[in-house]
Design a protein around this ligand. Structure first.
Ligand code: ADP
Ligand code: MG
Length: 356
């Protein structure tokens, strides 16, 4: 069902995006990037492609760490260990390759990693073991920008090693916070292990008016509901597929336009505030300033408008570099975008959340 509010696993439940699915399934480069704002359908796109490719894979959903200030290698490897155990259930001979690795122990059919600093298994050796399955193996790191918080280990050399040497390993990195993902990968930094590598990149944009309306039409047709107010929904909710899906799902239950729009806006507001609070972790001292900026950028504004607003509020001078830093942080985390000389919120519903 198109209006199912969980990530989709089958193409029949997923509207449009045919080209994007095909492009991902080609697995053209050893590392692939799936980019797009939150709720544009990245996880669904990946799940559907995995389903259709029918290749061995592990899937790490790193969103679970979005409230963490930092991430230890132990937390990361625990997830990895779980996923590898699931894979080894399907490919029992994987255990034979894994048990050769220093720092991995086998208990029955289960593998366990050693956590001690000098004894833990390296990420490269785990990838090398998976290479030996002799089929393409897909490693999904969903919301990979969270790995920037990984402390005590740098996994970029392992990713670069896999890129250059492990022909069967395909790594899919998705990211809602595109600036952070690029910062993590340091693709443009000549000193970074991944410097100069090519990546097949798939970006999911929000639906435009026409697509959004077609999506709603198809969704309502599928559940046999007679609906006409497509334009109103697009005006109020915009083109982020996740919000439109939530609207469709709510309307299915309530059958009332205004109520369903309001419930969708309320839900969006709550989630966005929660996510913004995660962004503020470690930035508490500047909370008020970030909120002022978000409030202001409901309408597009220039850099100097932002500076003036901040200074007016506090009655003190705020340095150019500070203002620049706030805007950069918000951009890297996809809260705002730059259009020509203006800064604006990255999607219309963000304005709802900051309505005072
Ligand atoms: P992301 O991983 O980018 O945050 P998800 O894949 O979790 O996005 O999708 C968010 C919500 O929107 C889910 O409920 C999903 O089912 C729905 N959705 C996203 N894109 C589509 C689409 N093209 N067709 C149908 N539903 C979609
Ligand atoms: Mg996702």
């Amino acid at each position: 069902m198109l209006f199912d509010i969980t990530p989709k696993h089958n193409r029949k439940d997923f509207f449009d995006r045919e080209e994007e699915i095909e492009k991902l399934k080609e697995l053209r480069t050893p590392i692939l990037l799936v980019l797009g704002l939150r709720r544009t359908g990245k996880s669904s796109l990946i799940r559907i492609s995995l389903n259709e490719l029918n290749l061995p894979y592990i899937y790490l959903d790193l969103r679970m760490f979005e409230q963490n200030n930092y991430l230890s290698y132990k937390e990361f490897s625990l997830e990895l260990q779980n996923e590898i155990n699931k894979l080894a259930n399907k490919f029992p001979y994987l255990i034979d390759f894994l048990k050769e690795i220093q720092g991995i122990k086998i208990f029955g059919n289960e593998i366990k990693f050693n956590w001690k600093k000098k004894e833990r298994p390296s990420f490269s050796s785990i990838l090398s073991a998976m290479e030996k399955i002799r089929k393409k193996v897909i490693i999904v790191l969903d919301e990979a920008q969270e790995l920037i918080k990984l402390k005590g280990i740098n996994i970029l050399p392992s990713l670069a090693y896999a890129y250059d040497n492990l022909k069967n390993i395909k790594i899919i990195l998705s990211g809602s916070e595109m600036g952070m993902l690029y910062e993590f990968l340091k693709i443009d930094d000549p000193n970074s292990p991944l410097y100069g590598r090519a990546f097949s990149t798939i970006e999911l944009k929000p639906f435009n008016r026409e697509k959004a309306i077609e999506f709603l039409k198809r969704g309502f047709e599928e559940i046999n509901i007679d609906f006409k107010d497509y334009e109103t929904v697009y005006e109020k909710i915009g083109g982020i597929p996740g919000w439109l899906t939530y609207f469709g799902f709510t309307y299915m239950e309530k059958k009332d336009l205004e109520e369903s729009i309001n419930l969708t806006l309320e839900y969006a507001k709550k989630l966005i505030i929660k996510e913004f609070n995660n962004f503020l972790i470690g930035r508490e001292v500047a909370r008020k300033r970030y909120e002022t900026i978000m409030n202001l950028l409901k309408e597009c504004k220039t850099w100097s408008d932002v500076k003036k607003a901040l200074e007016l509020e506090e009655g003190i001078e705020i340095s150019d570099s500070e203002v620049y830093n706030y805007l950069m942080q918000l951009m890297k985390h996809s809260w705002i975008k730059k259009e020509n000389r203006n800064y604006c919120v990255s999607e219309p519903l963000i304005s709802q959340a900051f309505r005072l």
